[in-house]
Design a protein around this ligand. Structure first.
Ligand code: MN
Ligand code: MN
Length: 298
């Protein structure tokens, strides 16, 4: 339930030394009192961060001490990054009409310069000739409100090695359907993530690419909370709110329609140990997390 948020709006990619000191100080405080493996740093919750309206699934923090659950909080979307895997654990964002505009697709895949150089930040070269696409988590087309917003989606910390047919067919259709829902008067809260190791790309099976620098996830998942456009969103989520969750193996097959891969949130949580929708009361999580969506897919 608790996480550090920097509020909104934020200057893009800004980690001030002062903030880092603050986090380290807080971490030391918590270390002194309780041992930090199990404990969540007690920080007042910030409910103004729309990217984390549904919660922070892994209690990620923007401290360099936890390089495999490192919070990257941008105005456009929020990431938990795993340095050892070289990919995000999850990416969370809000989608409504205000994010959709005329900005052109940047296609400028870039290293995240805010990561410490010792972490050897992943670059687009790590994906070259690997047989895997540079698969967006927060899609380029979900952030066309400005050039900066669009460019932010091409940071490599928003990218996973994704089988080309997975990316360009089934996943693309799910992304397009999401935007259709927005055009029809809805706003969405979306979390995308992955787990496991080993996928099948254009050149066959691989557990990693670029000599181990980047893990190829075995599974890719997404959960989408659909609300009619409105205010006070978290309190409008009810037991009958439409929540679409899909889980699709990262393979280069001719996959079926995305609707065939719908699962419950419980299935994702059981597989990876994240807590999705952690901002919702437990009784409501219990009510919605076991449901498999049966709504339309077009
Ligand atoms: Mn894609
Ligand atoms: Mn949950």
């Amino acid at each position: 339930m608790k996480y550090i948020s920097t509020g909104h709006p934020l200057p893009k990619m800004h980690y001030s030394p002062l903030r880092n000191l603050l986090f380290i100080a807080l971490l030391m405080t918590s270390l002194a009192s309780c041992g930090w493996q199990e404990e969540v740093i007690p920080i007042e919750e910030d409910f103004s961060n729309t990217n984390l309206t549904l919660g922070n699934p892994t209690d990620a923090l923007p401290t360099y001490l936890d390089s495999d659950n490192f919070l990257i909080d941008l105005p456009q979307y929020t990431v938990s990054y795993s340095n050892s895997r070289g990919i995000p654990n999850w990416v969370s964002w809000h989608l409504d009409l205000s994010w959709m505009g005329d900005a052109e697709r940047s296609s400028y895949f870039s290293r995240n310069k805010e990561l410490p150089t010792e972490w050897a930040p992943v670059t687009t070269n790590n994906y070259k000739n690997t047989g895997f696409d540079r698969g967006h988590n927060c899609p380029s087309a979900d952030r066309t409100s400005s050039e900066d917003d669009n460019r932010s989606t091409f940071l490599m910390t928003n990218i996973v090695p994704q089988a080309p047919r997975h990316n360009q067919r089934v996943w693309k259709k799910l992304e397009a359907y999401s935007r259709d829902l927005v055009e029809e008067g809805n706003e969405l809260y979306i979390i995308m993530g992955n787990y496991g190791e080993g996928g099948i790309g254009r050149n066959g099976y691989a557990e990693t690419i670029s000599e181990g620098r980047v893990t190829v996830p075995k599974y890719i998942w997404k959960t989408i909370v659909v609300l009619p456009e409105g205010d006070d969103d978290i309190s409008r989520i009810q037991a009958d709110t439409r929540i679409i969750t899909v889980l699709i193996e990262n393979v280069n097959d001719d996959l079926l329609d995305w609707g065939e891969y719908r699962v419950s949130i419980d299935e994702i949580e059981d597989a990876i140990g994240f807590d999705l929708l952690s901002r919702l009361p437990l009784s409501l999580q219990d009510a919605v997390e076991g449901i498999v969506d049966e709504g339309p897919t077009k």
